[in-house]
Design a protein around this ligand. Structure first.
Ligand SMILES: *Cc1c(COP(=O)(O)O)cnc(C)c1O
Length: 456
Protein backbone atom coordinates (compact mmCIF):
# COMPACT_ATOMS: atom_id res chain seq x y z
CA UNK A 1 0.00 0.00 0.00
CA UNK A 2 1.49 3.32 -1.01
CA UNK A 3 1.70 5.66 1.93
CA UNK A 4 0.30 8.42 -0.27
CA UNK A 5 -2.97 6.52 -0.45
CA UNK A 6 -3.43 6.74 3.27
CA UNK A 7 -5.42 9.59 4.66
CA UNK A 8 -4.00 10.42 8.04
CA UNK A 9 -6.63 10.18 10.71
CA UNK A 10 -5.81 11.87 13.95
CA UNK A 11 -6.98 10.08 17.06
CA UNK A 12 -9.48 11.90 19.21
CA UNK A 13 -7.59 14.05 21.63
CA UNK A 14 -7.81 12.93 25.23
CA UNK A 15 -10.24 15.10 27.09
CA UNK A 16 -9.82 16.08 30.69
CA UNK A 17 -13.28 15.78 32.12
CA UNK A 18 -16.78 17.00 31.22
CA UNK A 19 -17.16 13.82 29.17
CA UNK A 20 -19.47 12.42 31.80
CA UNK A 21 -22.74 11.15 30.36
CA UNK A 22 -24.14 10.76 33.86
CA UNK A 23 -25.85 14.11 33.80
CA UNK A 24 -29.37 15.23 32.99
CA UNK A 25 -28.29 16.44 29.57
CA UNK A 26 -26.42 13.19 28.96
CA UNK A 27 -29.48 11.17 29.89
CA UNK A 28 -31.72 13.20 27.64
CA UNK A 29 -29.27 12.72 24.79
CA UNK A 30 -29.32 8.96 25.33
CA UNK A 31 -33.10 8.83 25.52
CA UNK A 32 -33.51 10.93 22.39
CA UNK A 33 -31.35 8.47 20.46
CA UNK A 34 -33.37 5.53 21.65
CA UNK A 35 -36.92 6.66 20.98
CA UNK A 36 -37.27 3.86 18.48
CA UNK A 37 -36.85 1.55 21.45
CA UNK A 38 -39.79 3.00 23.26
CA UNK A 39 -42.09 4.38 20.61
CA UNK A 40 -44.58 6.91 22.00
CA UNK A 41 -47.47 4.51 21.52
CA UNK A 42 -46.07 1.93 23.95
CA UNK A 43 -46.04 2.11 27.74
CA UNK A 44 -43.27 3.79 29.66
CA UNK A 45 -41.79 2.35 32.83
CA UNK A 46 -44.05 3.70 35.58
CA UNK A 47 -43.09 3.12 39.22
CA UNK A 48 -46.53 3.93 40.63
CA UNK A 49 -47.95 0.87 38.83
CA UNK A 50 -45.73 -1.43 40.89
CA UNK A 51 -47.54 -4.19 42.78
CA UNK A 52 -46.25 -6.04 45.85
CA UNK A 53 -46.92 -9.68 46.77
CA UNK A 54 -45.22 -10.35 50.12
CA UNK A 55 -43.61 -13.71 50.70
CA UNK A 56 -45.43 -16.11 53.03
CA UNK A 57 -42.11 -17.74 53.99
CA UNK A 58 -39.58 -15.10 55.07
CA UNK A 59 -36.04 -16.52 55.10
CA UNK A 60 -33.70 -16.48 58.09
CA UNK A 61 -31.33 -13.50 57.95
CA UNK A 62 -27.71 -14.68 58.31
CA UNK A 63 -25.21 -13.00 60.61
CA UNK A 64 -22.84 -10.63 58.81
CA UNK A 65 -19.73 -12.64 59.60
CA UNK A 66 -21.34 -15.98 58.68
CA UNK A 67 -20.29 -18.26 55.82
CA UNK A 68 -23.65 -17.49 54.18
CA UNK A 69 -22.78 -13.81 54.03
CA UNK A 70 -19.37 -14.57 52.56
CA UNK A 71 -20.92 -16.83 49.94
CA UNK A 72 -22.40 -13.71 48.31
CA UNK A 73 -25.28 -15.82 47.04
CA UNK A 74 -27.72 -15.32 49.89
CA UNK A 75 -30.55 -13.20 48.53
CA UNK A 76 -33.32 -11.39 50.37
CA UNK A 77 -37.00 -12.35 50.44
CA UNK A 78 -38.17 -10.61 47.26
CA UNK A 79 -37.20 -9.41 43.82
CA UNK A 80 -38.54 -6.64 41.66
CA UNK A 81 -39.28 -7.46 38.04
CA UNK A 82 -40.52 -5.44 35.06
CA UNK A 83 -41.16 -6.96 31.66
CA UNK A 84 -40.83 -5.10 28.39
CA UNK A 85 -41.97 -5.98 24.91
CA UNK A 86 -41.46 -4.08 21.71
CA UNK A 87 -45.18 -4.09 20.94
CA UNK A 88 -46.54 -3.01 24.34
CA UNK A 89 -43.60 -1.39 26.13
CA UNK A 90 -43.17 -1.70 29.89
CA UNK A 91 -45.64 -3.80 31.85
CA UNK A 92 -46.49 -2.99 35.47
CA UNK A 93 -43.47 -3.75 37.67
CA UNK A 94 -43.95 -6.23 40.50
CA UNK A 95 -42.27 -7.04 43.77
CA UNK A 96 -42.65 -10.78 44.27
CA UNK A 97 -41.02 -13.52 46.37
CA UNK A 98 -37.46 -14.23 45.20
CA UNK A 99 -37.25 -17.21 42.86
CA UNK A 100 -35.97 -18.60 39.58
CA UNK A 101 -36.66 -16.99 36.23
CA UNK A 102 -38.09 -18.94 33.35
CA UNK A 103 -36.32 -18.42 30.02
CA UNK A 104 -36.35 -20.10 26.65
CA UNK A 105 -33.02 -21.68 25.70
CA UNK A 106 -33.14 -19.38 22.66
CA UNK A 107 -33.28 -16.22 24.81
CA UNK A 108 -31.06 -13.51 23.35
CA UNK A 109 -29.12 -12.97 26.59
CA UNK A 110 -27.90 -16.57 26.58
CA UNK A 111 -26.35 -16.22 23.14
CA UNK A 112 -25.51 -12.59 22.50
CA UNK A 113 -24.68 -11.24 25.96
CA UNK A 114 -27.56 -8.77 25.94
CA UNK A 115 -27.19 -8.10 29.66
CA UNK A 116 -26.26 -5.14 31.81
CA UNK A 117 -26.26 -4.50 35.51
CA UNK A 118 -25.65 -2.08 38.34
CA UNK A 119 -24.02 -2.51 41.72
CA UNK A 120 -25.00 -0.42 44.71
CA UNK A 121 -25.69 -0.67 48.41
CA UNK A 122 -28.33 0.40 50.93
CA UNK A 123 -26.98 1.45 54.33
CA UNK A 124 -28.56 1.54 57.80
CA UNK A 125 -27.37 4.86 59.18
CA UNK A 126 -26.40 5.93 62.67
CA UNK A 127 -29.79 7.65 62.89
CA UNK A 128 -31.57 4.38 62.10
CA UNK A 129 -32.57 5.56 58.62
CA UNK A 130 -31.82 3.75 55.36
CA UNK A 131 -29.81 5.51 52.66
CA UNK A 132 -28.66 5.00 49.11
CA UNK A 133 -25.49 6.71 47.88
CA UNK A 134 -25.85 8.96 44.79
CA UNK A 135 -28.39 6.53 43.30
CA UNK A 136 -29.30 8.92 40.49
CA UNK A 137 -25.90 8.18 38.98
CA UNK A 138 -26.54 4.46 39.01
CA UNK A 139 -29.94 5.01 37.43
CA UNK A 140 -28.42 7.07 34.63
CA UNK A 141 -25.58 4.63 34.10
CA UNK A 142 -28.07 1.74 33.99
CA UNK A 143 -29.87 3.50 31.16
CA UNK A 144 -26.62 4.16 29.37
CA UNK A 145 -25.50 0.53 29.66
CA UNK A 146 -28.90 -0.84 28.59
CA UNK A 147 -29.14 1.28 25.48
CA UNK A 148 -25.51 0.51 24.54
CA UNK A 149 -26.58 -3.10 24.01
CA UNK A 150 -29.98 -2.29 22.49
CA UNK A 151 -32.03 -3.06 25.58
CA UNK A 152 -35.01 -0.73 26.09
CA UNK A 153 -34.74 2.75 27.52
CA UNK A 154 -36.63 4.06 30.55
CA UNK A 155 -36.84 7.22 32.60
CA UNK A 156 -34.07 7.00 35.24
CA UNK A 157 -36.36 8.74 37.76
CA UNK A 158 -38.92 5.94 37.46
CA UNK A 159 -36.24 3.30 37.92
CA UNK A 160 -35.04 5.18 40.99
CA UNK A 161 -38.55 5.22 42.48
CA UNK A 162 -38.81 1.47 41.93
CA UNK A 163 -35.45 0.90 43.51
CA UNK A 164 -36.41 2.95 46.57
CA UNK A 165 -39.70 1.10 46.92
CA UNK A 166 -37.91 -2.26 46.78
CA UNK A 167 -35.26 -1.18 49.29
CA UNK A 168 -38.03 0.17 51.51
CA UNK A 169 -39.73 -3.24 51.46
CA UNK A 170 -36.59 -5.28 52.23
CA UNK A 171 -34.85 -2.96 54.69
CA UNK A 172 -36.72 -3.90 57.87
CA UNK A 173 -35.62 -7.53 57.86
CA UNK A 174 -32.39 -7.36 55.87
CA UNK A 175 -30.70 -4.25 57.20
CA UNK A 176 -32.26 -4.30 60.65
CA UNK A 177 -32.22 -1.19 62.77
CA UNK A 178 -30.70 -1.32 66.22
CA UNK A 179 -27.31 -2.91 66.76
CA UNK A 180 -26.58 -2.61 63.03
CA UNK A 181 -27.01 1.18 62.89
CA UNK A 182 -24.00 2.77 61.23
CA UNK A 183 -22.47 -0.49 60.02
CA UNK A 184 -25.02 -2.60 58.23
CA UNK A 185 -25.80 -2.68 54.50
CA UNK A 186 -27.07 -4.92 51.70
CA UNK A 187 -25.76 -5.14 48.16
CA UNK A 188 -28.25 -4.34 45.39
CA UNK A 189 -27.98 -5.73 41.88
CA UNK A 190 -30.26 -4.15 39.27
CA UNK A 191 -30.06 -6.20 36.06
CA UNK A 192 -31.55 -6.15 32.59
CA UNK A 193 -31.57 -9.04 30.12
CA UNK A 194 -33.03 -9.64 26.68
CA UNK A 195 -35.46 -12.51 27.01
CA UNK A 196 -36.69 -12.59 23.43
CA UNK A 197 -36.65 -16.19 22.18
CA UNK A 198 -34.94 -15.77 18.82
CA UNK A 199 -31.56 -16.82 17.53
CA UNK A 200 -31.59 -14.21 14.79
CA UNK A 201 -29.00 -11.54 15.47
CA UNK A 202 -31.17 -8.51 15.99
CA UNK A 203 -32.35 -5.97 18.51
CA UNK A 204 -34.30 -7.92 21.12
CA UNK A 205 -38.08 -7.60 21.13
CA UNK A 206 -38.50 -8.62 24.78
CA UNK A 207 -36.57 -7.79 27.91
CA UNK A 208 -36.73 -8.17 31.65
CA UNK A 209 -35.50 -5.67 34.21
CA UNK A 210 -35.07 -7.05 37.68
CA UNK A 211 -33.57 -6.00 40.99
CA UNK A 212 -32.25 -8.43 43.57
CA UNK A 213 -30.48 -7.92 46.87
CA UNK A 214 -27.68 -9.97 48.35
CA UNK A 215 -26.38 -10.21 51.91
CA UNK A 216 -22.82 -9.07 51.87
CA UNK A 217 -20.04 -9.16 54.41
CA UNK A 218 -17.99 -6.04 55.16
CA UNK A 219 -15.45 -6.68 52.43
CA UNK A 220 -13.32 -3.74 53.37
CA UNK A 221 -12.67 -5.17 56.83
CA UNK A 222 -10.37 -8.09 57.64
CA UNK A 223 -12.34 -11.30 57.55
CA UNK A 224 -13.17 -12.89 60.91
CA UNK A 225 -11.84 -16.42 61.38
CA UNK A 226 -15.18 -18.15 62.00
CA UNK A 227 -16.46 -17.13 58.59
CA UNK A 228 -13.64 -19.09 57.00
CA UNK A 229 -14.57 -22.36 58.62
CA UNK A 230 -16.91 -23.76 55.98
CA UNK A 231 -17.33 -20.97 53.53
CA UNK A 232 -16.91 -21.65 49.88
CA UNK A 233 -13.76 -19.66 49.44
CA UNK A 234 -14.43 -16.20 48.20
CA UNK A 235 -12.19 -13.60 46.77
CA UNK A 236 -11.64 -10.82 49.18
CA UNK A 237 -10.31 -7.79 47.42
CA UNK A 238 -12.03 -9.06 44.33
CA UNK A 239 -13.35 -6.06 42.53
CA UNK A 240 -16.60 -4.27 42.61
CA UNK A 241 -18.47 -4.43 39.41
CA UNK A 242 -19.03 -8.13 39.32
CA UNK A 243 -18.50 -10.17 42.41
CA UNK A 244 -16.24 -13.05 41.83
CA UNK A 245 -16.40 -16.31 43.61
CA UNK A 246 -13.01 -17.79 42.88
CA UNK A 247 -10.49 -19.34 45.19
CA UNK A 248 -9.72 -16.22 46.96
CA UNK A 249 -7.10 -13.92 48.14
CA UNK A 250 -5.82 -14.45 51.63
CA UNK A 251 -8.32 -13.59 54.34
CA UNK A 252 -6.29 -10.64 55.47
CA UNK A 253 -5.98 -9.20 51.98
CA UNK A 254 -7.58 -5.92 52.92
CA UNK A 255 -5.31 -5.51 55.92
CA UNK A 256 -2.27 -6.00 53.70
CA UNK A 257 -3.46 -4.18 50.61
CA UNK A 258 -4.40 -5.50 47.20
CA UNK A 259 -1.79 -7.20 45.08
CA UNK A 260 -2.25 -6.51 41.39
CA UNK A 261 -0.94 -8.33 38.33
CA UNK A 262 -0.62 -6.05 35.30
CA UNK A 263 -2.33 -7.46 32.21
CA UNK A 264 -0.30 -8.78 29.28
CA UNK A 265 -0.47 -7.57 25.70
CA UNK A 266 -2.64 -10.51 24.66
CA UNK A 267 -5.54 -9.66 26.98
CA UNK A 268 -7.28 -6.33 26.75
CA UNK A 269 -10.32 -5.50 28.85
CA UNK A 270 -11.68 -2.65 26.75
CA UNK A 271 -10.72 -0.41 23.84
CA UNK A 272 -11.76 2.94 22.41
CA UNK A 273 -15.11 2.63 20.70
CA UNK A 274 -15.87 -0.59 22.56
CA UNK A 275 -18.09 -0.95 25.62
CA UNK A 276 -15.69 -0.71 28.55
CA UNK A 277 -17.67 2.33 29.69
CA UNK A 278 -20.92 0.35 29.91
CA UNK A 279 -21.62 -1.92 32.85
CA UNK A 280 -22.34 -5.01 30.75
CA UNK A 281 -21.70 -8.66 31.49
CA UNK A 282 -19.81 -8.88 28.20
CA UNK A 283 -16.92 -7.03 29.86
CA UNK A 284 -16.61 -9.65 32.55
CA UNK A 285 -16.84 -13.16 31.05
CA UNK A 286 -13.76 -12.73 28.85
CA UNK A 287 -11.75 -11.23 31.73
CA UNK A 288 -12.07 -14.28 33.96
CA UNK A 289 -9.18 -16.20 32.40
CA UNK A 290 -6.77 -13.42 33.33
CA UNK A 291 -8.44 -13.02 36.71
CA UNK A 292 -8.05 -16.74 37.37
CA UNK A 293 -4.40 -16.58 36.44
CA UNK A 294 -3.85 -13.66 38.79
CA UNK A 295 -5.44 -15.61 41.63
CA UNK A 296 -3.39 -18.71 40.86
CA UNK A 297 -0.24 -16.60 41.06
CA UNK A 298 -1.18 -15.08 44.41
CA UNK A 299 -2.58 -11.75 43.19
CA UNK A 300 -6.01 -10.37 43.99
CA UNK A 301 -6.82 -8.62 40.74
CA UNK A 302 -5.65 -7.79 37.25
CA UNK A 303 -4.50 -4.24 36.69
CA UNK A 304 -5.79 -3.68 33.18
CA UNK A 305 -3.31 -1.88 30.93
CA UNK A 306 -4.05 -0.59 27.46
CA UNK A 307 -1.90 -0.14 24.38
CA UNK A 308 1.82 -0.33 23.68
CA UNK A 309 2.34 2.53 26.11
CA UNK A 310 0.93 0.41 28.92
CA UNK A 311 -1.67 2.94 30.01
CA UNK A 312 -3.17 2.11 33.38
CA UNK A 313 -6.97 1.80 33.18
CA UNK A 314 -8.75 -0.16 35.93
CA UNK A 315 -8.07 -2.75 38.63
CA UNK A 316 -10.48 -5.65 38.19
CA UNK A 317 -13.93 -4.16 38.57
CA UNK A 318 -12.66 -1.02 40.31
CA UNK A 319 -11.39 2.30 39.11
CA UNK A 320 -7.75 2.90 39.96
CA UNK A 321 -6.00 5.88 41.53
CA UNK A 322 -2.37 6.71 42.15
CA UNK A 323 -1.21 9.37 44.61
CA UNK A 324 2.31 10.52 43.86
CA UNK A 325 4.63 13.47 43.90
CA UNK A 326 4.54 14.54 40.27
CA UNK A 327 7.57 15.61 38.24
CA UNK A 328 6.92 19.21 39.29
CA UNK A 329 7.18 18.21 42.93
CA UNK A 330 3.48 18.47 43.79
CA UNK A 331 1.29 15.93 45.53
CA UNK A 332 -1.02 14.72 42.79
CA UNK A 333 -3.88 12.25 42.48
CA UNK A 334 -4.07 10.70 39.03
CA UNK A 335 -6.64 8.42 37.43
CA UNK A 336 -7.48 7.33 33.89
CA UNK A 337 -9.75 9.70 31.90
CA UNK A 338 -13.28 9.00 30.69
CA UNK A 339 -12.93 10.48 27.22
CA UNK A 340 -12.09 7.41 25.16
CA UNK A 341 -14.67 5.09 26.71
CA UNK A 342 -12.13 2.54 27.97
CA UNK A 343 -13.04 2.76 31.64
CA UNK A 344 -16.28 2.56 33.55
CA UNK A 345 -17.42 5.81 35.11
CA UNK A 346 -17.59 4.71 38.73
CA UNK A 347 -19.82 6.50 41.20
CA UNK A 348 -17.07 6.06 43.76
CA UNK A 349 -14.50 7.41 41.29
CA UNK A 350 -16.59 10.53 40.73
CA UNK A 351 -17.05 10.95 44.47
CA UNK A 352 -13.33 10.59 45.21
CA UNK A 353 -12.57 13.21 42.55
CA UNK A 354 -15.27 15.57 43.87
CA UNK A 355 -14.13 15.22 47.47
CA UNK A 356 -10.44 15.72 46.73
CA UNK A 357 -11.11 18.66 44.40
CA UNK A 358 -12.99 20.38 47.20
CA UNK A 359 -10.07 20.19 49.64
CA UNK A 360 -8.43 23.45 50.56
CA UNK A 361 -5.26 24.73 52.19
CA UNK A 362 -2.75 22.20 53.52
CA UNK A 363 -5.06 19.40 52.51
CA UNK A 364 -5.07 20.44 48.85
CA UNK A 365 -3.91 17.90 46.29
CA UNK A 366 -3.69 18.33 42.51
CA UNK A 367 -6.21 16.14 40.73
CA UNK A 368 -5.75 14.99 37.15
CA UNK A 369 -7.73 12.70 34.92
CA UNK A 370 -5.32 11.75 32.18
CA UNK A 371 -3.72 8.82 30.48
CA UNK A 372 -0.78 7.63 32.51
CA UNK A 373 1.51 4.74 31.73
CA UNK A 374 2.84 2.00 33.96
CA UNK A 375 6.35 3.25 33.14
CA UNK A 376 5.53 6.50 34.92
CA UNK A 377 4.44 4.56 37.99
CA UNK A 378 7.66 2.55 37.88
CA UNK A 379 9.72 5.73 37.60
CA UNK A 380 7.85 7.34 40.50
CA UNK A 381 8.53 4.24 42.60
CA UNK A 382 12.23 4.29 41.70
CA UNK A 383 12.50 7.97 42.56
CA UNK A 384 10.64 7.55 45.84
CA UNK A 385 7.68 9.65 44.62
CA UNK A 386 5.03 6.95 44.78
CA UNK A 387 2.75 7.55 47.78
CA UNK A 388 -0.35 5.37 47.42
CA UNK A 389 -2.39 3.33 44.99
CA UNK A 390 -6.00 2.30 45.50
CA UNK A 391 -8.94 0.77 43.73
CA UNK A 392 -12.30 2.48 44.15
CA UNK A 393 -15.76 1.01 43.82
CA UNK A 394 -18.96 0.30 45.66
CA UNK A 395 -18.06 -3.11 47.05
CA UNK A 396 -14.71 -2.22 48.62
CA UNK A 397 -14.80 1.56 48.89
CA UNK A 398 -11.15 2.48 48.55
CA UNK A 399 -8.96 -0.60 48.68
CA UNK A 400 -5.26 0.23 49.09
CA UNK A 401 -2.81 -1.48 46.76
CA UNK A 402 0.42 -2.92 48.16
CA UNK A 403 2.14 -3.91 44.94
CA UNK A 404 1.82 -4.29 41.20
CA UNK A 405 3.64 -6.93 39.21
CA UNK A 406 4.49 -5.52 35.79
CA UNK A 407 6.66 -7.27 33.19
CA UNK A 408 8.99 -8.94 35.65
CA UNK A 409 9.10 -5.96 38.02
CA UNK A 410 7.49 -5.80 41.43
CA UNK A 411 6.40 -2.23 41.98
CA UNK A 412 5.88 -1.74 45.69
CA UNK A 413 3.56 0.91 47.05
CA UNK A 414 4.61 2.30 50.44
CA UNK A 415 1.84 0.37 52.21
CA UNK A 416 3.48 -2.89 51.21
CA UNK A 417 7.08 -2.03 51.96
CA UNK A 418 6.87 -0.04 55.14
CA UNK A 419 4.60 -2.62 56.57
CA UNK A 420 3.11 -0.89 59.59
CA UNK A 421 -0.62 -0.88 60.27
CA UNK A 422 -2.21 1.02 57.43
CA UNK A 423 0.93 3.09 56.98
CA UNK A 424 1.01 4.67 53.58
CA UNK A 425 -2.72 4.50 53.02
CA UNK A 426 -3.84 7.49 55.07
CA UNK A 427 -5.06 9.29 51.97
CA UNK A 428 -7.26 6.45 50.72
CA UNK A 429 -8.50 5.72 54.22
CA UNK A 430 -9.32 9.38 54.81
CA UNK A 431 -11.52 9.49 51.72
CA UNK A 432 -13.13 6.22 52.68
CA UNK A 433 -14.06 7.63 56.09
CA UNK A 434 -15.57 10.69 54.44
CA UNK A 435 -17.64 8.53 52.08
CA UNK A 436 -18.77 6.21 54.86
CA UNK A 437 -19.75 9.22 56.93
CA UNK A 438 -22.18 10.24 54.19
CA UNK A 439 -23.44 6.71 53.52
CA UNK A 440 -24.20 6.06 57.19
CA UNK A 441 -25.66 9.49 57.86
CA UNK A 442 -22.95 10.69 60.25
CA UNK A 443 -22.63 13.61 57.88
CA UNK A 444 -25.76 15.11 56.31
CA UNK A 445 -25.02 15.39 52.60
CA UNK A 446 -27.08 15.47 49.41
CA UNK A 447 -25.28 12.31 48.22
CA UNK A 448 -26.96 10.30 50.96
CA UNK A 449 -30.55 9.70 49.81
CA UNK A 450 -32.97 8.53 52.52
CA UNK A 451 -35.39 5.73 51.68
CA UNK A 452 -38.83 5.43 53.33
CA UNK A 453 -39.47 1.97 54.75
CA UNK A 454 -42.62 0.00 54.10
CA UNK A 455 -44.17 -2.42 56.59
CA UNK A 456 -45.56 -5.74 55.36
C1 LIG B 1 -18.93 -1.13 38.66
C2 LIG B 1 -17.54 -0.94 38.19
C3 LIG B 1 -16.67 -0.01 38.78
C4 LIG B 1 -17.00 0.76 40.04
O1 LIG B 1 -18.11 1.59 39.90
P1 LIG B 1 -18.83 2.17 41.21
O2 LIG B 1 -19.99 2.89 40.65
O3 LIG B 1 -17.86 3.04 41.90
O4 LIG B 1 -19.20 1.00 42.05
C5 LIG B 1 -15.44 0.19 38.19
N1 LIG B 1 -15.06 -0.52 37.11
C6 LIG B 1 -15.86 -1.44 36.52
C7 LIG B 1 -15.37 -2.16 35.33
C8 LIG B 1 -17.12 -1.69 37.04
O5 LIG B 1 -17.90 -2.61 36.47
Amino acid sequence: MAPAALTPVSPPSPTQDNTSKLTKAGTEAILSQTVSNTAPSVAELVASKCTFTPTVKPKPVPALDSPEAYSQTYTTDHMLTARWTESAGWEAPQIVPYGPLSLMPTASVLHYATECFEGMKAYRGVDGRVRLFRPQRNAERFLKSATRISLPGFAPEEFLKLLKRFVGVEARRWIPAGAGDGTRFVYIRPTMIATAPALGVQRPKEALMYIIMVVFPALDEPRPQQSLAQATSNGHANGNGALSNGKGASPSASAKGMRLLASQHDMIRAWPGGFGNAKVGANYGPSLVAQGEARARGYDQILWLFGDEGYVTEAGGSNFFVLWINEAGQRELVTAPLGDGVILEGVTRASVLDLVRSRKGDEAVEVVERKFAMDEVVRAAEEGRLLEGFGSGTAFFNAPVSDVHFRGLDVAFPLGTEGGEGKGSEFAMGIKDQLKGIMYGRVQHEWGVVVEEEAW
